[in-house]
Each structure stands twice: as structure tokens, then as C-alpha cells.
Design a protein around this ligand. Structure first.
Ligand code: T4K
Length: 410
């Protein structure tokens, strides 16, 4: 990969210096395995004249993923949102489902699109995941399931959620979009609850361009998912259920097989970047890096900081503006929270979400992945450090540039 040209001056760009990066440094650049092996697979696919519909690459990918995730069934799907939808229907989710609001909006939309109402539950500020102790108060006669999200790839409290689900006879499913190759209490994420749904979107740790999968140890759920991703077909001309087109194509599966071969190198690069961020951000007041649990397997795909303005004297949004002026495009995942977005914002919350609301104002995802070099990380950390050190001047400059933007807005 070409070395990114970086420049920058001793002054922050927001204070009149030149940007540290000549080209944009993104969050979510794809991790891509060996190009020659991918190209070879595409040649074979073209020779085979088999492009989709449960092709050889899809079947190979499914069995390899099932082995990596130590789960009985893997059903490859066209994207993570469709995987959530098929999982929801295959697991019999109906009425209301309890889930966190602190997630990408696709988690809520997938349910709503199926005619299932998301009921938002607050999170545990220590884990950023659904708080099992707050689930019970949200359960009604309409509740059919709990849908946990392993945010940043850090596992939900699976056992505590299992206990609540068991006590009330609820289904338990997981959105594992962030959690490929991560573990929970020593077990690979993928075999939890009734089923788990992954995203293999381009920005995810493991990508198939667009793609996803449902994993489960339940034979019946697996059979239903397989049928439903193919219009409900159970054999030629035999439709046995409602279905949709959720099939993964062969080019995506070829990308998946290639990226699986490079999985360890992706983890190593992400772990290196995460550790560099940890040392580079150490001691900056009010900027806390979200850590991955010791003793678990992690993909380190998200470098997220929590900004506490009381200590940093800079808000998360001001820090984002500082980074943006340097051409570092940090993202406010997951702002502003699903419950504030249409159609959910029209509905009353069943219980307040104070921790969710606090956190959505504080988190910022910084660039990492195989496209981000050690030098990039060092430079980003230096910008953050300088921004907090110069907080008073930065605040004024950001406010002035925001006012300027507002003045030119149509
Ligand atoms: N559940 C959870 C918890 C999720 O996080 C997601 C997806 C889903 C479910 C649904 O799975 P999918 O149906 O997507 O498979 C991005 C992704 O589009 C989305 O997949 C992801 N979560 C979410 C967290 O992030 P945006 O709106 O931030 O996407 P976008 O297009 O702004 O791209 C993000 C960054 O990635 C940009 O800075 C540019 C960079 N990028 C993106 C693409 C597509 C690249 O450098 N190359 C690329 O090819 O949502």
C-alpha cells in the first residue's frame, strides 16, 4: 500500500495550521486479504459459470466460518440487516423485542421492518452493552425475545441474559455484527442464545463486500434460515414458508474465503494499533480509550474513546471538529441513539435511558484497520493531546468555524 502523505505544522489546523494529513484518514477502511488469491478465485468462479444460489464458494465459506466460530451451523446471507431479519422470523420473534438503543440503527430497523416493535433498554456504562438488570422491568405479555448487541465486539453478559430469557420463556438472539472472531467467557461468539447475526459489510473486521451470516446450534432454526434466505424453497418447486432473497453471491464468498486466510494478520494489525492508541492517549485528561477484555479473543476493530468534557474541557463534538480539520474523519458511533430516530422517536420510551443518552454524547470512533499505519496512529494521538492541551483556544476556534458554516448555509 502506498504510504499516506502526511504533513502538518506545529499548530493545529483548527487554529490556523495546515492539516496533518494530506488525504482523508477514514474509520472503516476495508481489511483485504491476498489480492492474487482473490483474483484466482474470481477466475475459477467465472469458468464455473456459477455466480450465486448456494454456490461452491458459499458452501465452503459457511463450513469454514462454522469451524472458526465453533458453531454447528453458519448460513451466509447477503448482508447483516437481512441476516437480522431472517433470524428474527426464523426464531419466531413477534410483538415486542427488548434491545439496546445504543447500536447502529439497522438493529432496530430489521425488527421494525418485520412488524416487530423494538423496546429500548438502557445500557451498562461499563460495557456499553444492554444492562441485563434493566431488562425485566420492560417485559410485558407482548414480549417475545431479547436481542443483545455485542457492541464493539465486546460480548454482552450472555449468561445473565440467558437467565432472564429462561425465567420469562423468551427467545434470546444476538446482533454480533461487530464480533467476528471474538469470544465470550472463553467461547467463540456465534453459538449464543437461539441464534446470532453477523455483518460482513466492507467496514467490518471481516468483510465480503456486503454480506452477513446467521450462526446457530439449533438444527431447526438453521433449516428455517436456509429456507427463508431462498424465498422459502425447500426443494425444486416446493415452497414451505415465507422467504426472501437473502443469498450471498459467489464473488462475496470468494472475498470471504480470501479474508479468512488473512484473519490473524488483521487481528495483529488491529491489536498493534489499539495498543499504540492506548499508549498515545495515556494521561490525556477526559479522553478514555475503550478497552477490550483481558483473557478473551478480540478483533480490536473499533478504537473508541469516551470524551468527558468536565475533564478535557472539550466536548466530543469539538474534538471531532479538531480531527476533521486535520483530515481525520472520526465517527460518532452511535449518535444520537436509535430511540431519537424516526420512526422510534414518535413513541414514548417504556423506561428512561440515562446511560444511553450520556454515552451517545461522548463516544468517538478513531481510524484503525490494516489501512492505518503506526505513524498515522501516533499522529492522531498527538492531535488529540494537543487539542486537549489547547482546549480554551480550540473551543473558541471551533465555535467560530461552526458559526461561519451556519452563516453560509442555505
Ligand atoms: N448491526 C450493527 C451493530 C451494525 O453496526 C451494522 C452495520 C448492522 C447491524 C447492519 O449490517 P449491514 O447490513 O451493514 O451488513 C457503517 C456501515 O455501513 C454499517 O455496515 C455499519 N454497521 C456501521 C457501524 O457503519 P456508515 O453510515 O458509517 O457507513 P459509511 O458509508 O459512512 O462508511 C463508514 C466509513 O467507512 C467511511 O468513513 C468510509 C469508509 N469506507 C466505507 C466503505 C463502504 C471505506 O473506506 N470503504 C468502503 O468500501 O455505516
Amino acid at each position: 500500500m502506498a504510504e499516506r502523505t502526511s504533513r502538518g505544522s506545529s499548530r493545529l489546523a483548527v487554529l490556523g495550521g495546515s492539516p496533518a494529513f494530506a488525504e482523508a484518514l477514514h474509520v472503516g477502511r476495508p481489511n483485504i486479504g491476498d489480492r492474487a488469491r482473490f483474483a484466482k478465485r474470481i477466475e475459477v468462479m467465472l469458468d464455473r459459470l456459477w455466480l450465486t444460489n448456494n454456490g461452491a464458494y458459499v458452501r465452503e465459506l459457511e463450513s469454514r466460518i462454522a469451524r472458526v466460530l465453533e458453531v454447528q451451523h453458519c448460513i451466509a446471507i447477503s448482508n447483516g440487516t437481512t441476516a437480522l431479519q431472517i433470524m428474527a422470523t426464523a426464531c419466531g420473534l413477534s410483538g415486542e423485542v427488548i434491545m439496546p438503543s445504543f447500536t447502529f440503527v439497522a438493529t432496530a430497523h430489521a425488527l421494525e421492518w418485520q412488524g416487530v416493535t423494538p423496546v429500548f433498554c438502557d445500557i451498562d456504562p461499563a460495557t456499553h452493552n444492554i444492562d441485563p438488570s434493566k431488562v425485566e422491568e420492560l417485559i410485558t405479555n407482548e414480549t417475545s425475545a431479547i436481542l443483545g448487541v455485542h457492541v464493539w465486539g465486546r460480548a454482552c453478559e450472555v449468561e445473565a441474559l440467558e437467565r432472564v430469557a429462561l425465567r420469562y420463556g423468551l427467545r434470546l438472539c444476538f446482533d454480533a455484527a461487530h464480533a467476528f472472531a471474538c469470544s465470550a467467557a472463553g467461547r467463540m461468539i456465534g453459538g449464543g442464545g437461539d441464534a446470532e447475526a453477523f455483518s460482513f459489510h466492507a467496514t467490518k473486521f471481516f468483510n465480503t463486500f456486503e454480506g452477513g451470516a446467521i450462526t446457530t446450534n439449533d438444527d431447526e432454526v438453521a433449516t428455517r434460515c436456509r429456507r427463508m434466505r431462498d424465498f422459502g424453497f425447500a426443494g425444486a418447486d416446493r415452497v414451505e414458508s415465507l422467504g426472501i432473497n437473502g443469498k450471498m453471491n459467489e464473488a462475496s464468498a470468494a472475498m470471504g474465503l480470501t479474508n479468512l486466510e488473512a484473519l490473524q494478520s488483521f487481528i495483529d494489525t488491529n491489536a498493534r494499533n489499539h495498543s499504540l492508541y492506548r499508549s498515545g492517549l495515556e494521561g490525556i485528561p477526559g479522553v478514555a480509550l475503550v478497552r477490550y477484555p483481558q483473557g478473551e479473543r478480540s478483533n480490536f476493530q473499533y478504537v473508541v474513546v469516551e470524551v468527558d468534557e468536565r475533564a478535557s474541557d472539550l466536548s466530543r463534538d469539538e474534538l471531532q471538529a479538531v480531527l476533521s480539520a486535520e483530515n481525520v474523519l472520526a465517527r460518532r458511533y452511535f449518535f444520537p441513539g436509535c430511540h431519537t430516530m424516526p420512526p422510534y422517536r414518535e413513541r414514548a420510551l417504556r423506561a428512561p435511558l440515562p446511560e444511553t443518552e450520556r454515552l451517545t454524547g461522548r463516544t468517538l470512533a478513531l481510524p484503525t484497520g490494516t489501512a492505518v499505519t503506526e505513524a498515522d496512529v501516533v499522529r492522531v494521538c498527538a492531535i488529540v493531546r494537543r487539542a486537549v492541551a489547547d482546549a480554551a483556544a480550540v473551543k473558541v476556534a471551533v465555535a467560530a468555524s461552526t458559526a461561519g458554516d451556519a452563516a453560509v448555509a442555505p
